[in-house]
Design a protein around this ligand. Structure first.
Ligand code: FAD
Length: 254
């Protein structure tokens, strides 16, 4: 912690750390609620990526349920959800080749009817534009690196935009202390394994008595498919057994 460092500070009603789907949706909803109540609300979103969407690499098949609630006229507003899922195919891969098991009854959560194939990064870019149109201040390239607490131990904001710390944690020649962003509410939307979330989980004992978090490894490949094989709206799920392990691959055609 660097309490001895002199920093400028900025005050907001709400500071949101992370410009992913969660952070941006929260920013939009807060502004909508404030507008409905005729209230002024200053909301800032900090995003460590160079622009909104730059760090959003995942996401391909998107259930529009939350979008329908948040921005009911998203189609008219040009949301980049353009390819509805038309068909699900389930393939089992084995040493003899592939076996199409689409005819088997599948659990509902594996069916993508009503979903859209899209880039989550583009959806976030669009959400960012919607948020800015509502007056949200978005700061890309600003990583929040420290949570600030008041004398009672409550969160009062974050430090962001610290640059020039070397790999051993020492201040380099180009050190910049960053700014304090102070808020009545600080919303942590860092996504999975966020560094500030880890500090807060430890400080407030948020994982006590809870199931441990579980993680899997996800890989994303982008394939260019020859025109004659391209079927817009197709989601192809492949399963393969390797020893006791079940490996699955999901290929949405966009
Ligand atoms: C391989 C893979 C495939 C997936 N496929 C799908 C799919 O097909 N459909 C689907 O609906 N979901 C999919 N998901 C899940 C989806 O990506 C997440 O549910 C969603 O991104 C979570 O949104 P979020 O806003 O909570 O976090 P994130 O999307 O992780 O966004 C967090 C944002 O916060 C920023 N950030 C983090 N820490 C800081 C900090 N300290 N300071 C400033 N900024 C910070 C990050 O740069 C990022 O932009 C997939 C996930 C993975 C890993």
């Amino acid at each position: 912690m660097s309490e001895d460092v002199e920093r400028e500070s900025m005050e907001y009603d709400v500071v949101i750390v992370g410009g992913g789907p969660a952070g941006l949706s929260a920013a939009i909803r807060l502004k909508q609620l404030a507008a409905e109540a005729g209230a002024e609300l200053n909301v800032a979103v900090l995003e460590k990526g160079s622009e909104i969407g730059a760090h959003i690499l995942s996401g391909a098949v998107i259930d529009p349920i939350a979008m329908n609630e948040l921005i009911p006229d998203w189609k008219d507003q040009g949301a980049p959800l353009e390819t509805p899922v038309k068909k699900d195919r389930f393939i089992y891969l084995g040493p003899q080749g592939e076996l199409d098991i689409t005819w088997l009854p599948m659990p509902k959560f594996m069916m993508n009817h009503g979903n859209y194939i899209a880039s989550l990064a583009n959806v976030c870019r669009w959400l960012g534009q919607q948020a800015e149109a509502l007056g949200v201040e978005i700061y890309p390239g600003m990583a929040a690196s420290e949570v600030l607490f008041d004398e009672n131990g409550a969160v009062r904001g974050v430090v962001a935009g610290v640059f020039g710390i070397d790999k051993d944690g020492a201040k380099g020649a180009d050190y910049q202390p960053g700014v304090e962003l102070l808020a009545k509410y600080t919303f942590i939307g860092e996504g999975v394994r966020g560094s500030l979330a880890k500090q807060l989980i430890a400080k407030f004992g948020l994982s006590e008595g809870k199931q441990p978090q579980k993680f899997g490894i996800g890989l994303k490949e982008l394939w260019q498919v020859p025109d004659e094989k391209f079927q817009p709206g197709l989601v192809r799920s492949e399963e393969r057994r390797v020893g006791n392990e079940c490996r699955s691959r999901w290929s949405p055609y966009h």
